[in-house]
Design a protein around this ligand. Structure first.
Ligand code: C2E
Ligand code: MG
Ligand code: MG
Length: 734
């Protein structure tokens, strides 16, 4: 129509022009004869022009009106369209929001606004950003999708499916209430409805381990549609990052325990590897046959991986990657809380003499050895055992055994044997042994604290009974420990208040002459009474009180010896050194200082060390003995014959005296063997030019035999018992 009006206006205009031109032509042709008509012709010409212009104006006016009418109609139509569009958006059975590339909302429909109100207090913009962030993690999907569960006003659970659609620069966020679809799928039961809506991926296989069912979350995480995986084995997701052994052990655990759970790397449909926490359970029928395997998993997001890393730091030992105390306690608590057909035991392992390795070969080697020890313990254990590093060189294991004693026996022997095999660390072969202690849940321990404490006490007993062995906790161990604790407490007071006394036992040379004294510590506690030196020195060694105690004893011994020496200036004094004293260079030096302070010549002091102390670190002992000798002290080897009695090291040590242990003397008259040993020691000492003292001589018969063998120096009750210093002074006076 618009074109037609315009055409009409143009035709009118043309008609006017043509008529003007025709009139003009005729006018020139009749120029001469019709000159007088000129004014008439011009008037006609003007009429035509005015008519043409009039027609053109009318046409244009008509056109403009038409145009205005058209615009009005168009705007009416647009308004109608817009309201239809809004109505249509609002009628859409799903929520929709149109956003620009900055995630700013342009339009939302009623459904969207309604759903947004269910999300709680946050603004729609905030909610959209939250959804966006979640959806952006699923960019491997064509239309990134997430499922969300929210609670409707009537408290019913809604299952929403959010999707992102990109169209040019516009982004559409759609949300569908898929509760009904999920519920309707395959006529699902209530439990299945939950499975469909849950954000946890679910995969069910038959007993042939072929996939029979996957839920929506499975599709979202893996990117596979259900129909693409049905009938396939779960290995369709395999990333190849786990070894065949891993899967073998996993299925073995499912067969035996019924469930398995752990971390696993799988591949998505697009080939991206992802880490998931997977839990698999076997469903069995009433005949015990597996009918289904149910796998449930959730993907670790970047944030969760950070959380997992933090969890690892909080629960695992950094050096060995074994569980730490916290995790062990948690697992043990769980084990204790479930019903056991088997016996639950805790095994404490402490590496013998590990400090020596650390001190002599460096902490770096020590660390490498600890890692190797942890690996070996792990390899010797079963998958079901819970292993942890308790701290330092201590490890702890929770095990379940059918028969407690046979099971523990087998377990401990297996570990002792395995740990005894040499370790190759930095090209160096290192050998260690371990002491183990076991406690059994329900026998003497009724909670995890008791279980661990008892295993520790039993381990301690293993150490005391010679190391490289195991002990099962018994209440006697506990009593012993309590007794030691009491001694420790009282000993602290005794040291502080200088309650430790020293008695002296004379040593007799030829013709019954007193040629030396042995200083022996004595302690009478107001509560505990007389405590034997063996007992309190052992406690002092274990509790670290030995340094302070030794200082007190040494000071007292020298002070009293100084008074005695006035009566007999040539007299020598023997002082016992404890195990740790010989290993401690500072203590060796402090002995010299005390001796100097008391104004006593170190040459008159014989320091007694036992074979066990010597052998615990022979290299260090050789160095320290050399140091003592350099300072002028004499050195005596006490209780000879009870320890390693290796004659070979005697030639390497600069020793002045050996003291044959009283155990040989006690059975001297009845045992030919012991007599032979004493004969050999005496003969050897003569060859090596080392003095030889026989301890524990109690009878004249023993003395006679010893004299016959060739012994010349004696100590024992037959001559004198240990006496206080004033009695020794009296003795020397007469
Ligand atoms: P030891 O160094 O071998 O001391 C000799 C022990 O044998 C003493 O026991 C002494 O009383 C005992 N004895 C001596 N003659 C006889 C005898 O004829 N028959 C019997 N049955 N026993 C005899 P004591 O005083 O009970 O000391 C036991 C151990 O305690 C000592 O053995 C020594 O290893 C340790 N000890 C004692 N005093 C000290 C000390 O001041 N420092 C350190 N580090 N250890 C000490
Ligand atoms: Mg001694
Ligand atoms: Mg002795």
């Amino acid at each position: 129509m618009q074109k037609r009006i315009r055409r009409l206006a143009i035709i009118c205009g043309l008609l006017v022009i043509v008529s003007i031109m025709t009139e003009q032509f005729l006018f020139f042709q009749q120029d001469s004869q019709h000159i007088q008509d000129y004014s008439g012709i011009s008037a006609l010409h003007l009429d035509n022009i005015i008519l043409g212009l009039l027609l053109a104006t009318i046409a244009l006016l008509l056109f403009e009106r038409r145009q205005a009418q058209r615009l009005y109609m168009a705007s009416l139509k647009l308004k109608k369209h817009h309201s239809q569009h809004v109505q249509l958006w609002n009628k859409l059975p799903f929520a929709i929001a149109e956003l620009d590339s900055h995630k700013a909302i342009h339009h939302t429909n009623a459904a969207f606004r309604q759903i947004s109100t269910l999300h709680g207090v946050a603004s729609i913009q905030q909610k959209i950003e939250q959804l966006f962030n979640q959806l952006e993690q699923n960019t491997h999907q064509h239309h990134p999708t997430i499922l969300q569960q929210i609670q409707a006003e009537d408290a019913a659970l809604l299952c929403l499916e959010w999707q992102l659609h990109h169209a040019n620069s516009r982004i559409f966020l759609t949300g569908r209430d898929v509760t009904q679809q999920q519920v309707g799928r395959n006529g699902l039961s209530v439990a299945e409805k939950i499975i469909e809506c849950t954000p946890i991926g679910v995969m069910i296989t038959g007993p042939d381990k072929r996939i029979q069912y996957t839920n929506t979350a499975f599709e979202q995480v893996t990117g596979y549609d259900s129909h693409e995986v049905l009938g396939h084995p779960p290995s369709i997701l395999s990333s190849g990052k786990q070894s065949p052994d891993f899967y073998r052990e996993m299925y073995q655990t499912i067969e035996t325990e019924g469930t398995w759970q752990g971390e696993i790397w799988n591949n998505k449909r697009n080939g991206d590897a992802y880490l998931e926490w997977l839990s698999i359970s076997a469903l069995r029928d009433s005949w015990g046959e597996v009918t289904h395997y149910i796998g449930m998993f959730s993907e670790f997001t970047a944030q969760e991986r950070v959380k997992e890393k933090l969890r690892t730091l909080a629960y695992y030992d950094d050096l060995t990657s074994l569980a730490n105390r916290t995790l062990f306690n948690e697992r043990l608590q769980h084990l204790v809380s479930i019903n056991h057909k088997k016996k639950l035991c805790v095994v404490f392992i402490d590496i013998d003499g590990f400090k020596r390795i650390n001190d002599t070969l460096s902490h770096q080697i020590g660390d490498l050895l600890l890692v190797a020890i942890a690996d070996r313990i792990r390899a010797t254990c079963r998958e079901a055992d819970t292993i942890a590093r308790w701290g330092g060189d201590e490890f702890i294991i929770a095990i379940e055994v059918s028969d407690s004693h046979i099971g523990i026996d087998t377990f401990c022997k297996k570990h002792l044997k395995s740990l005894k095999q040499p370790f190759l660390i930095n090209g160096r072969e290192l050998s260690i042994t371990a002491s183990m202690g076991v406690s059994i849940y329900g026998d003497d321990a009724h909670n995890i604290a008791e279980l661990i404490r008892n295993a520790d006490i039993a381990m301690f007993q293993s150490k005391k009974r010679g190391k490289n062995r195991f002990e099962i906790f018994s209440p006697a161990h506990h009593e012993h420990l309590m007794e030691n604790m009491e001694i420790e407490n009282r000993l602290r007071v005794a040291i502080k208040e200088n309650q430790i006394d020293v008695h002296f036992q004379p040593q007799v040379c030829k013709e019954s002459i007193i040629c030396g004294l042995e200083a022996l510590a004595r302690w009478h506690d107001p509560i505990l009474g007389q405590v034997s030196p063996q007992k309190f020195i052992e406690v002092a060694e274990e509790t670290g009180l030995i340094n302070d105690l030794s200082q007190v004893i040494y000071h007292t011994a020298l002070k009293k010896f100084k008074t005695i020496k006035v009566m007999s200036p040539a007299l020598g004094l023997s002082v016992n050194l404890s195990a740790s004293q010989l290993q401690d260079v500072n203590l060796v030096t402090s002995l010299k200082q005390v001796t100097d302070i008391r104004g006593i010549d170190p040459a008159s002091i014989k320091l007694e060390i036992t074979e066990d102390v010597l052998m615990s670190d022979i290299d260090q002992s050789i160095r320290n003995i050399a140091l003592l000798k350099e300072m002028g002290f004499q050195v005596s080897l006490d209780d000879f014959g009870t320890g390693y009695s290796s004659l070979s090291y005697l030639k390497d040590l600069d020793i002045d005296e050996i003291k044959i242990d009283r155990s040989f003397v006690q059975s001297l008259t009845s045992s030919k063997r012991n007599k032979a040993i004493i004969e050999a020691i005496v003969a050897m000492s003569k060859v090596l030019d080392i003095d030889c003292v026989v301890e524990g001589v109690e009878t004249a018969e023993q003395l006679n035999r010893l004299v016959q063998i060739g012994c010349t120096s004696f100590q024992g009750y037959y001559f004198y018992k240990p006496k206080p210093s004033n009695q020794i002074v009296e003795l020397l006076t007469h």
